[in-house]
Write a protein that binds this ligand. Sequence first.
Ligand code: AMP
Ligand code: MG
Length: 520
Amino acid sequence: MTLISSRHPAQQPEAWANQLVRLHERVVADGGLGLGTPWQATPLPQPRWVATNPALATALGWPEDWAEHHDALQVFSGNAVWPGMVPFSSVYSGHQFGVWAGQLGDGRALTLGQIDTPLGPQELQLKGAGMTPYSRRADGRAVLRSSIREYLCSEAMHGLGIPTTRALCLTASPHPVVRESVETAAVVTRVAPSFIRFGHFEHFAYARSGDGQTPALHSLQALVDFVITHHEPDLQGHPQPVLALLQRVVERTAGLMAAWQAVGFCHGVMNTDNMSILGLTIDYGPFGFMDAFDPDHICNHSDHQGRYSWNNQPQIGYWNLRALAQALLALLPRGEDSVSAVVEVLQRYEDVFVQAMHARWMDKLGLTTSQDDDRTLVLDLLQLMAANQADFTITFRRLSGFDSRAVPGADGGPVNAAIRDLFMDRDAFDAWALRYASRLRAEGSVDAERAQRMRGVNPLYVLRNHLAETAIRRAQDGDDSEVRRLHRVLQTPFDEQVGCEADADFPPSWAQSIEVSCSS
Ligand code: AMP
Ligand code: MG
């Protein structure tokens, strides 16, 4: 791998590759089913920058002023390509809301290519750059509203330390796009080591080869080999590569679900086509960080059954892994042995998730040792928060400042008042606080040290819907400064930032009327 240093990406045509295109060509030449289609974006009129991401550009080894030269604005709104770029839309299938949906694919995404960077090889992908062979009946566009949400949330998740695709920049155009109302178009440039989804594997397990009879196993095998070669090189030569790859994905997905739960994040469309093989958060459509804690919170207005509610997400992660495992089974010898081996790997999910989740809750409470009734202490807090509709983010952040020596509620003094005030049922909180205080004392917890640790895991700032909404409304009126300001705040969500108190505050009452749906 060559490391790029501060040369403008337009000046390094030799650097741009598209490994998926290469794999596609090889698979087709070998008589397999193709992985997608080389494709061009559909130009957008009068593009403007809404945001460039200087921190990410620097991390990629690009010069600070990369966005100002070489038609960068045109390239990242789909109106031009730089030498060496080979744009490509890939094909995948998937289960949507628990039902097999058949072929889907990059209906509005176009991978520009892959470059070597100090972060390792990274793919750059436009989202919203026009129709592709996989657009079905849709327009290939993304509206400014949802693109701002994707840009900000990708970077907010990164700031929180949660695996995610990144967002390099955001461009907008006055081009009208019809959703419930007429909106305008935007293009987000996403960055990730790979955008391969569970649905890619499902596609080739169930698609038929040219003779219409045999499943496209040749392509499926090529995809597995590709992922191992490029993303899990230590599994090369493994005696059971398919199972070993599945195990990696099981473990990563379990870890990701725990990470989401711990910040009150809901994805909203956890379909198998929106599950990354690398365990990244991907495809920000309807998503949300909870305000008042409700375990049954549904962030997607279109999810009528609550399939993807906060509480359901971990088991949906498992459901999706089962769909992936079912697809991979096609590569293993027929018979019960293969089925049992796959089931055994899948069973790792629960162990890894439970452990990861427990560790997250312990960290959120600042506990460094383990005791038998820790689980109950956590569950009782969550129950109390739910019953009192306590704000998820604010509760944990304020708990960081918990005074373990004070007797809760005694003398009506201001002891732990900031936390206590979050609960309508003060007595119930006091009872829990007594247990928490004694649990902290039992491990000799030092409040100041604990507070510092807890403030490193309990964020002050998350991308609440109303914060995104304010940035969206301003940008729709032509003022993009709030998008960039929020981005800066969310880059360091654990650090108190002067002048940003309102970003850490309770949502205003109008936040309840914000509806986030699949319309994007
Ligand atoms: P999602 O659940 O939003 O990730 O999208 C599901 C599928 O629909 C994917 O194959 C997307 O590429 C496709 N899709 C969503 N919106 C559009 C659009 N406006 N134009 C073309 N394809 C779309
Ligand atoms: Mg998707």
